[in-house]
Write a protein that binds this ligand. Structure first.
Ligand code: FRU
Length: 502
């Protein structure tokens, strides 16, 4: 049956077969969410990149479409974005209709192999039939390479106040901004980031988005920057900066940068997701509103992505998420939560209210054939006698288990996948993850989404997300809570989730 292989995600997007990495060209147009992705159709490891293509009406079920962009004489098709050029600023539209435009990096491998530094440059393709077929622009590249090795991943949006297109581009250890009246000619604006934030690896896949503060008449700009390696728990991860953008320059808020500098807990700066498996994520063009934007990431890590034990296909995307501004005890942050659409996957709600001692208590038991589980759990404890740890353990009949836990005294959320099944395929894989837990004293509330090979954890204040893969030898069917060194109340609900593939 379709999508029933071991480890096949049941309610996440994955390609039917072969290799996938970053989400690309995410644009909402005429009722359809387009998802393109870094794709190599000839192997289950990375290679000459194409843009695979799928669409969805509801962000739940996806229809696979033919490959959107193939490599050409200018190179392979690396990551980038897509926009609807509604006013036909490019002039590439027809009959008064604006085209869909994809802006991507051409990666010229022969040039790279010949020792040139100028092998990545930005190009366009356009579609006049709602994204079904694509033509490369005859004047490619639209942004040539100035002699810099890492020069890629253009993310473009229309900046209304200055009435121009703006491109955020990853350039080695910083982000550069360019502007254009027509998507065809680009002028350099400014750059941001040298020496700032995490610098343990190359900067990739930026995104610059604006969000309104709820109830206030002010706009905040968030700059997302993926980095590999150099993530808070090793390998690939996505940091962000909050600040202002005036159409030319991104200026981070001093209070935000001060909080980043003061944070020693999980290695500054701040991260979209502290788990090991959320990378290269950006937001959808044309979706969301002033208060929240729709986001999706690649649910893997370059540390081991090409070794994970699936054969027919490799990699899935994260769940679609909403990004929004959230207040933390020390200022404004970028929050995330699962997209509301996911509530449609819920089957019957089942409630629990438990009080634990030292013995594990059962939260949920599901059949091994169940596609997945959502768990919404409110934990509370006596602040005078906090438990050392509270663990939510997903377990199978082989005794393999994946733990998500909180450590109140250290204000930590953590994940442990070291006993979650075979992990010898990569030395990097067993390593778990830690993140700051910013909940009020004496409580924590988590929403957890378990698919066959992944768990996404969200604190309900939106301040911490944690996504991790696992590969148990059989599905997890029992979900229990273990409190160590103190009593805990656990209340909440769980739902078996439906499959999105049929
Ligand atoms: C991020 C990335 C991008 C690049 C693409 C190549 O994972 O390295 O910077 O465009 O993957 O597949």
């Amino acid at each position: 049956a379709y999508y029933q292989e071991p480890y096949r995600p049941q309610f996440h997007f994955s390609p039917d077969s072969m290799w996938m990495n970053d989400p690309n060209g995410m644009v909402f147009h005429n009722g359809a969410y387009h998802l393109f992705y870094q794709y190599y159709p000839d192997s289950n490891v990375w290679g000459p990149m194409h843009w695979g293509h799928a669409i969805s009406q509801d962000l739940l079920s996806w229809e696979h479409l033919p490959i959107g962009l193939y490599p050409d004489s200018l190179g392979w098709i690396f990551s980038g974005s897509a926009v609807h050029d509604a006013n036909n600023t490019s002039g590439l539209g027809q009959n008064g209709k604006g085209p869909l435009i994809a802006i991507f990096t051409h990666h010229n491998d022969p040039l790279a192999k010949a020792g040139s530094d100028a092998f990545q440059y930005q190009s366009l393709a356009y579609s006049l039939d709602e994204g079904q077929s694509w033509s490369k622009y005859a004047g490619n590249p639209v942004l040539p390479n100035p002699g810099i090795k890492d020069f890629r991943d253009p993310k473009v949006f229309w900046h209304q106040p200055s009435e121009q297109w703006v491109m955020a581009l990853a350039v080695q250890d910083r982000i550069q901004f360019y502007s254009s009246p027509n998507l065809l000619q680009w002028a350099y604006l400014s750059e941001f980031g040298q020496g700032l934030g995490a610098q343990g690896g190359v900067w990739e896949c930026p995104d610059l988005i604006s969000l309104d503060l709820p109830g206030k008449d002010s706009t905040v700009w968030a700059l997302l920057v993926s980095i590999n390696p150099g993530g808070p728990n090793g390998g690939s991860a996505t940091q962000y900066f909050l600040g202002d953008f005036d159409g030319t320059t991104f200026s981070p808020f001093p209070q935000f940068m001060a909080a980043v500098a003061a944070d020693t807990l999980s290695g500054n700066p701040y991260w979209i997701d502290y788990g090991r498996d959320n990378y290269a994520g950006v937001t959808w063009s044309g979706a969301g509103n002033r208060q929240e934007r729709l986001f999706m990431g690649w649910m893997s890590n370059w540390d081991y992505a090409q070794q994970v034990p699936t054969q027919r296909w490799r990699s899935a995307m994260t769940l679609p998420r909403a990004l929004f501004l959230a207040e933390s005890p020390d200022g404004l942050r970028l929050g995330s939560r699962p997209a509301d659409a996911l509530q449609h996957l819920r089957q019957q709600a089942q409630r629990f209210a438990l009080e634990t001692g030292e013995e594990p208590l059962s939260l949920a038991a599901i059949p091994s054939a169940a596609p997945g589980l959502e768990l919404d759990i409110r934990l509370s404890w006596d602040t005078a006698q906090p438990p050392a740890q509270v663990i939510i353990r997903a377990e199978n009949e082989a005794g393999e288990h994946f733990d998500i836990g909180v450590a109140p005294n250290e204000a930590l959320l953590f994940a442990d996948r070291s006993n979650a099944g075979p992990n010898g395929f990569s030395e990097q894989f067993a390593r778990g993850a830690k993140a700051p837990l910013l909940s009020a004293p004496g409580e924590a509330r988590l929403r957890l989404f378990y698919d066959r090979a992944s768990c996404e954890a969200f604190t309900t204040d939106g301040l911490t997300a944690m996504t991790n893969l696992f590969f148990p030898s059989q599905p997890f069917t029992s979900f229990r809570i273990l409190a160590q060194g103190g009593r805990v109340k656990a209340e909440g609900e769980f739902w078996e989730l439906s499959r999105i593939w049929d």
